[in-house]
Design a protein around this ligand. Sequence first.
Ligand code: ADP
Length: 467
Amino acid sequence: MTIYHISAECYPVAKVGGLGDVVGALPKYQNEMGAASSVIMPFYNNKFTNSNKFKKVFGGRFNLGVPFDFDILTLIDNALGYDVYLVDIPGLLYTDYVYSSNDTERFLGFQIAALDWLVQLDHKPEVVHCHDHHTGLIPFMMSQCYAYAQLKNTPSVFTIHNAQYQGWFGHDKIHLIPPFDFSKVGLLDWQNLINPMACAIKCAWKVTTVSPNYMEELNYGANGLEDLLRYESGKCVGILNGIDAELWNPATDDSLIKNYSIKTVATGKKANKAWLCKEFNLNPKLPLFAFIGRLVGEKGADLLPDIFHNALVHKNVSIFMLGSGDVAMEYQLEKLKYQFEGYYHAYIGYNERLAHIVYAAADFLLMPSRVEPCGLNQMYALRYGTVPIVNKIGGLKDTVQDFENNGFGILHDGATVHEGSFAIHRAINFYNDTEQFKANRNVMMKIDHSWNSSAQAYINLYNSLIL
Ligand code: ADP
């Protein structure tokens, strides 16, 4: 089965968040199951593209008001476990960032170039799997644009990684979409805007989200798409994301200060914690709480300064924060450093290696999210023997059970300062019960969140479309 995943991110080529992790791992697992799964993504100007060699497999030109030349490139030495095809559009997509303010044109160009290439292949895709709104117009273009008529009967699957971002733009830009039967213009529209995510929900053969519980939640809160999702519920399914258990393995992770397995978790985590605490002037004898993520309201990042403050005044915890995003939140989180020197550190920025060390070093990982379609951080935490403290929503509800309810993590009910602070209070008591805390690490590390079963669920879904 030939599957093309189309996405704005794919780790290690380019990653901003969980989308990159998912698209970087799912095709690898699918190929191990016998599929022929590859990825189409933009060619950005970044460390990965600058330090690898590529060859051209196709060249073309499309019109976006003005003509753009593009190339399809592929890696010469590829150890990713799947083929990756990069769409290089100089002057439009070849940028040193993934997302920006002119994304409408950038990702329209990306989608058009990807389809211009796919449509002329001798061996056509059997399934096109699109990820998030940056690729949301592809199911429409495959079924309605004259230029892609040869892909009309190819099944398309669309995965909603985050329904908050829908890629809306005005009808004044409709001429940028390749010619199509204008009687079908309604498929592009949602509430008087062209809405790529809504359009994908209407046009894709199947729609998936990244956890079963998030699928449920979207019926009541989907940033304006609730009615549409309820209407299309027959083709929608929630499939829980997995993690790349080879890449995220504390026994082999070469980012760590010391590797460890279930048997050596105590000494392994201690060594990573000692390094982190020394490096950032924290007390290694206290329970270490960490946050890793985008500093946005969805992640509950605006609650963190108060939650941290409430905990730090007692001087019985160490806290490490790694993240970037909203400037006001960055400022608030940075400022706390001066008030709680020796107990708290904020690292403002994105640092992949440091994130791995933090998962290994921390005793607890905080996720007071308001929206969490799946969440990968809690699954990484579990694999590294770190207790996740999460708000009971989205994929967090699907993956974390409370230790006081036959589980292994800490759940709180609501993204509020009070709930977050009380969860930390419970966590300290849990930490002080040394034997139970130690035994719980083994329980967490044994949980299998690898892609195996979810990659198979996607294959079953594709099979239901092509057989
Ligand atoms: P989202 O995609 O909504 O940001 P996920 O939990 O699905 O959230 O995925 C987040 C991914 O991004 C994880 O791999 C996490 O480790 C990583 N990440 C987020 N912020 C940072 C950061 N500042 N530095 C390093 N990694 C980060």
